[in-house]
Design a protein. Structure first.
Length: 219
């Protein structure tokens, strides 16, 4: 009886009515999981990695920072700031050239120090000024220079004179830079949107065929 029971059990497991797993369905399921995983990885990579190219400068895209003009701490209009080791030099120059007229002196220093350094850097670089990566360092140095001199002279930063300097360099270097225009989505996004349904279709077809073969779809 024991041998006969074992034989009957083996026949039941290997008989024509026993439902064997479909290799095609299993393969399609694995492919679907793999494709979905790769798609999510591509999308996440695109969202995390910031573009380092195709960034343009123009008066419409780069504007002076909009901060509230506040008085420099521990500093009055008749004092000299101490935020930089060059403050005594700037303050001494202003007292000698235009005593009591720090605003006029600030305009002179912005033109002859900050703007002059920016012009020299741009002329030496000889790169495309419309690509932000080529000029971001110069732009940052210009901003820090204007802030340094303004703080030394106890003039709130940013101010109208600094904004004028920014407009000057935009008019001189960036007026021909194109503004950002709507463009096609990146290839990685297009690939993700296309490959997802392609991977899902075989899995869905395999499931329908499997259910039909097993009689699950019959009324």
């Amino acid at each position: 009886m024991g041998v006969q029971s074992g034989t009957e059990e083996e026949l039941a497991m290997t008989g024509p009515n026993h439902k064997q797993p479909e290799p095609a369905a299993l393969v399609c399921f694995i492919m679907t999981v793999f494709c979905v995983k790769e798609t999510l990885c591509l999308i996440n990579e695109k969202l995390v990695v910031e573009p380092t190219f195709s960034e343009h400068l123009s008066p419409n895209t780069i504007k002076p920072t909009d901060h509230t003009n506040t008085v420099v701490s521990d500093c009055t209009s008749s004092d000299c700031g101490n935020n930089s080791h060059r403050c005594p030099v700037f303050c001494g120059f202003c007292e000698e050239v235009s005593p009591g007229k720090k605003v006029e002196c600030l305009a002179y220093l912005l033109d002859n120090v900050c703007l002059n350094d920016f012009d020299s850097a741009m002329n030496e670089s000889k790169t495309d000024p419309c690509i932000w990566g080529n000029v971001s360092g110069f732009y940052s140095d210009l901003s820090m220079c204007t802030e340094e001199i303004s703080d030394c002279l106890c003039i709130p930063w940013p101010n109208a004179l600094v904004e004028q300097e920014i407009l000057k360099i935009h008019e001189k270097y960036f007026k021909d830079c194109p503004s950002e225009e709507p463009s096609d989505p990146p290839p990685v996004i297009v690939f993700a949107l296309v490959i997802t349904p392609i991977c899902l279709i075989p899995a869905m077809v395999s499931l329908v065929v499997l259910k039909t073969k097993n009689g699950d779809g019959s009324p």
